[in-house]
Design a protein around this ligand. Structure first.
Ligand code: ANZ
Ligand code: ZN
Length: 861
């Protein structure tokens, strides 16, 4: 390569072709498709695998900026992983069932299927235009029988294993969506979709027994260091494990005499057995089983019935929050405290919910804020039994085993840890959750047979029936003889008819051709279930179907699942922190236990991307009219500009405000990089860069490329694309000044070629169209840049070989000077004396104190 300085082609430097984004992008969309470049390699190679996945969209229309951001992040990761030598699986699909399709169909007098497929086509066209590197052969649409058949199959397998069951209970009903909802879909008492207040209805519905996995779902959060803490915390809170005890209270008859036998016992769940001496009344949920019998004959029937009726209007979630005004009524009954022997009144209260613990509560108004408020509202006693040592009452009661004070003038409960007072033998012990007093009292209860340790979860089973048409039919048949039986596996799928006239009010339940059938057991007439499954069941395993999308004998093969699972990088919105992510974790575990896959957890790393807001920081919405459609950037500038702008404006997890100037800036940078690469390539030939032989300017550029590559590689690994892009910009700047400052004849051709290669490579995950165009046209490669390796670099080469040191004269800094990093002491002294010439003139340097790499202090006389 000795002749490289004279052997290059100057002509190219000035012949930079125009950057025509539309033409370039059209060309590469087609070329990648023709080559099927992004097909995932099913045959296990010796390369490591990487499964990159963005949460699949609901096809509600064209893609919006939030989608564009989500997929651009994932695509940058997938493309870079490919260059880093991974076998990459990067699929896409559509979460295609759901209520909006029904509403739209009615509004536009069409059918949900027609509307859905039209939207899917439109979204696909935009995805294609954006250059997302999906393996299109794996496209999954959940509304297609080939997919939902396996959802029905899984439902039946769950059923077989006792993970699916039917139950009649008060359920959440959304009057707008006209369907029931799961607890996860009720947010602050409102429907997650319509925002409408949720009502209670007593219905028999299908449930998935997610609670069977409550403990594992909680424990395994620890196996997810790649998830945001916030999401894990939300899941842990939702699962809501509580350690406490069950305590049996004895029910009394009207005369106050204990009712003998098992019937006469009401059990509570409490986390604070230490407060048993402070129980001044007792509470039952309005839905408490047997409440009506209990009240019968007491004269309190009407008062209790009123509370019961009123509670039906409010969702359990809201009631349990304890923030509402509390309502209750005396039941006319009493129970006896198993520890103190005291008799206290039993009330019904609407802040007690039936499906937590036992539906009964020992009320301790001095220690529980909800009980405190209830006591104040209904004039019930508040007995202080736990106090802080600085409480004015403490001195007086601290030695008291017996009850002396039965009222307080507090305005709120004492809910912190404290010391027990007026608590019999436990007086003086530290009380609180998991406290010594709690342990001692539970032990005593266990000995007496009136209590036992118990763990409760807030997580409830997942109600999956939906009284909706556009969903996956539940494969069950009702026979008067045989009861409820599953549709035989060979008859799956139960096909959803696509030609219902929703505007005429048709539903599955009004369509005999759908629901009329024969019983698979006795052959008699029978009818099908006309409810469909919650669409979250469809999205709970789609990532598994991608591993084996054409399988016709199983949802996916074990081999395919184990080849690709778990998903290495999952990217989506924080709004799924509980819903979809919890359901998917459950599905993965249940399917694992059926032997269908090995992975315990479906998603190793989770990136929750921030929102794209409008220029004023408002969320974009059709109703506000502030939506910026992706086409408004793609049409004038091209998809590469769009992608670069999205990744450059902010780190992926942060919200950002849409910024026109940033888009224009991104386009300017693309043009600058385009020109730089052409010029570098035009004055270049590939070759070995002889680092040691480089002159000073070339050496500086050489250092810069190592530095940029080190930084980009690290930043890509952390998904901090914005800082990676800053580093690329610096490299382009360094290249541009090199080209401008150095005579063409003096440029190092091999270095120019290397830097052009680097710039194209690190831009490739971000601006793929421009990258492949430059790779082929400017750098002359025949194969795609995505078949080329990520550029190699050496961190040591990035280290600068000059250091700046301070020059002091008699301890005062007089100058700074650059010296070679490996300069000897005498070199340093000479450099210092030269730099400080002005200050040492006419004096004798008697001594030089040298601190290598830092300073030289000249002592003069
Ligand atoms: C007595 C007590 C005293 C309580 C005290 C708390 C504080 P977590 O931590 O969420 O598990 N509780 C039990 N079942 C209930 C139900 N079905 N509806 C409403 N509240 C119920 O909460 C456990 C506590 O919530 C239990 O401990 C019980 O009140 C109440 F100073 O018992 B505690
Ligand atoms: Zn039958």
């Amino acid at each position: 390569m000795c002749d490289q300085h004279t052997d290059h082609n100057h002509a190219g430097a000035d012949r930079v072709p125009a950057y025509d984004a539309q033409a370039i992008e059209a060309r590469w969309i087609k070329a990648w498709e023709d080559e099927n470049l992004f097909a995932a390699a099913d045959e296990g190679s010796d390369r490591p695998k990487k499964y990159v996945l963005e949460m699949f969209p609901y096809p509600s229309g064209d893609l919006h900026m939030g989608h564009a951001r989500n997929y651009t992040i994932g695509d940058a990761m997938a493309r870079q992983a490919r260059m880093r030598g991974f076998d990459v699986l990067h699929p896409i699909g559509f979460d295609a069932f759901g209520l909006p399709a029904e509403n739209a169909a009615i509004k536009h007098s069409t059918q949900p299927a027609v509307w859905t497929y039209k939207n899917i086509d439109q979204a696909l066209a935009t995805m294609r235009r954006m250059g997302f590197s999906y393996d299109m052969d794996r496209l999954v649409k959940t509304c297609e029988p080939a997919y939902y058949r396996w959802g029905q199959w899984i439902f039946e397998k769950f059923w077989e294993r006792g993970l699916v069951y039917r139950k009649k209970s008060p359920v959440n009903w959304c009057p707008t969506c006209k369907t029931v909802l799961a607890n996860e879909q009720v947010i602050d008492g409102r429907c997650w979709r319509s925002g409408d207040l949720v009502e209670k209805r007593d219905l028999e519905q299908w449930y998935i027994k997610i609670t069977a996995y409550a403990q594992e779902l909680l424990d395994d959060l620890e196996k997810l260091p790649g998830w945001p803490e916030r999401v894990k915390q939300m899941q842990a809170n939702w699962i809501g494990r509580s350690e406490g005890a069950e305590v049996d209270f004895t029910l009394c008859d009207l005369e106050g005499e204990p009712i003998p036998g098992d019937e006469g016992k009401i059990t509570v769940f409490t986390t604070r057995a230490d407060t048993l001496f402070g129980v001044s009344f007792f509470l039952l949920a309005p839905e408490y089983e047997g409440l009506a019998d209990l009240v019968a004959g007491t004269g309190q029937e009407d008062a209790v019935a009123e509370v019961v009726e009123r509670a039906k209007l409010v969702s359990a979630v809201e009631r349990a929050q304890g923030t509402l005004e509390k309502h209750g009524a005396f039941t006319g009954r009493y129970v006896v405290n198993p520890v103190s022997g005291e008799k206290v009144p039993v009330w019904v209260a609407d802040y007690v919910i039936s499906d937590y613990g036992t539906g009964a509560v020992m009320a301790v108004p001095c220690g529980d804020q909800r009980d405190f408020e209830f006591a104040r509202a209904y004039n019930l006693p508040i007995v202080p039994i736990i106090l802080g040592e600085d409480d004015p009452l403490f001195e007086r009661l601290s030695g008291d085993a017996d009850r002396e004070v039965t009222e307080v003038d507090w305005d709120q409960a004492y809910s912190a840890e404290g010391v027990l007072v007026q608590s019999g033998p436990y007086t003086g012990m530290v009380g609180g959750k998991h406290s010594p007093a709690e342990a001692a009292i539970v032990e005593a209860l266990e000995k007496a047979g009136t209590g036992r340790r118990s763990v409760q979860y807030r997580l409830r089973d997942w109600l999956i029936s939906r009284q909706r048409y556009w969903g996956n039919p539940i494969p069950a048949i009702y026979c008067d003889h045989c009861g409820i039986v599953p549709v035989p596996e060979d008859d799956l799928p139960v096909v959803l008819p696509e030609d219902l006239d929703l505007s005429a009010g048709e539903t599955l339940a009004t369509t005999p051709s759908f629901y009329e059938t024969t019983c698979p057991v006795c052959g008699g007439p029978a009818h099908r279930e006309t409810d469909t499954m919650d669409t979250f069941t469809c999205s709970s395993w789609y990532f598994l179907r991608y591993t084996d999308p054409h399988n016709t004998s199983l949802p996916f093969s074990r081999e395919a699942a184990d080849r690709w699972m778990p998903v290495d990088n999952y990217i989506g919105g924080i709004e799924h922190a509980i819903l979809h992510l919890l359901y998917s974790r459950f599905f993965a575990k249940a399917l694992r236990d059926m032997g269908l896959l090995a992975a315990d957890e479906p998603f190793t790393n989770l990136l929750t991307q921030g929102m794209v807001k409008d220029a004023n920081g408002e969320t974009m919405s059709k109703s506000k009219g502030n939506v910026v459609p992706p086409s408004s950037v793609i049409e004038p500038y091209g998809a590469d500009t769009m992608r670069l702008a999205i990744l450059f404006i902010a780190p992926p997890e942060r919200d950002f405000d849409w910024d026109e100037d940033a888009v224009a800036g991104a386009n300017r940078f693309i043009r600058r990089a385009w020109r730089a690469v052409w010029q570098l390539a035009g004055s270049a030939a590939a070759g070995e860069v002889g680092a040691s032989a480089l002159d000073e300017r070339s050496r500086a550029l050489y250092r810069e490329r190592h530095r940029t590559l080190a930084k980009c590689t690290e930043d890509f690994d952390r998904q901090q694309f914005n800082t990676a892009i800053s580093a690329i910009m610096e490299l382009v700047n360094a290249a541009v000044s090199y080209l401008g400052d150095v005579e063409p004849t003096a440029r190092d051709a091999a270095l120019c070629h290397l830097v052009a290669t680097d710039i194209v490579s690190v831009l490739a995950p971000i601006c793929p169209f421009m990258a492949d165009e430059l790779w082929h046209e400017a750098l002359g490669h025949a194969e795609s840049v995505y078949r080329a390796p990520w550029p190699a670099f050496d961190v040591a080469e990035a280290a600068t070989d000059e250091v700046e040191i301070a020059v002091q004269v008699l301890g005062r800094v007089r100058a700074r000077v650059s010296v070679a990093a490996d300069a000897t002491e005498s070199d340093l002294r000479a450099a210092a004396e030269a730099a400080a010439a002005k200050w040492i003139e006419g004096k004798a340097v008697v001594k030089a104190i040298v601190v290598p790499g830092k300073l030289v202090n000249l002592v003069v006389k």
